[in-house]
Design a protein around this ligand. Structure first.
Ligand code: FES
Length: 169
């Protein structure tokens, strides 16, 4: 009688890198003198596949780049652009750094929390929106600023936020 696979292994298999992603990472790694120079673009590819960077994918990536999961985590946790847990369909990242704070980021964050009924770090029950707070998004001249997925929204106020949320409903 064969043993059934453990739930942990079954769960891991859900996060196998696609053949396409493996091929792209392998090709990128071959271009650099040091394979792990392909780490950042490889993490983007993984996040594009899953919407976040799951631990089993990090193990596979470590093998492809001939490095260790711990070294990958060191890079992964430095950048706020990588998601360490699943996020909603729309990932709202609000800048809380100096320029944005001076121009009302706190108010924007409170308004989003109230509208979406979630706190920063949480996802709505329907998995539609995740609210995160991040450091400078590099658009200080048009503060306050937030990103939703790959799109910037600048010069925010409550009314503008309402319009943006409405357009995504
Ligand atoms: S401080 Fe918010 S974008 Fe720079």
């Amino acid at each position: 009688m064969s043993a059934s696979p453990s739930p942990y292994l079954a769960e891991e298999s859900e996060f196998n890198l696609s053949e396409d992603v493996v091929t792209k990472i392998t090709e990128m790694a071959a271009v650099f003198p040091q394979r792990n120079s392909a780490l950042i673009p490889a993490l983007h590819l993984i996040q594009d596949q899953f919407g976040w960077v799951p631990p089993p994918a990090i193990k596979q990536l470590a093998q492809l780049l001939k490095t260790t999961p711990n070294k990958i985590y060191g890079v992964l946790t430095f950048y706020t652009m990588f998601n360490l847990k699943p996020v909603g369909k729309y990932h709202i990242q609000v800048c809380r750094n100096v320029s944005c704070s001076l121009l009302g980021a706190k108010h924007i964050i409170e308004h989003l929390s109230k509208k979406l009924k979630i706190q920063p770090g949480e996802t709505t029950k329907d998995n539609k929106f995740t609210l995160s707070l991040v450091e400078c998004l590099g658009a200080c001249g048009t503060a306050p600023v937030m990103m939703i997925n790959d799109t910037y929204y600048e010069n925010l106020d409550a009314k503008k936020v309402d319009g943006i949320l409405k357009s995504l409903q």
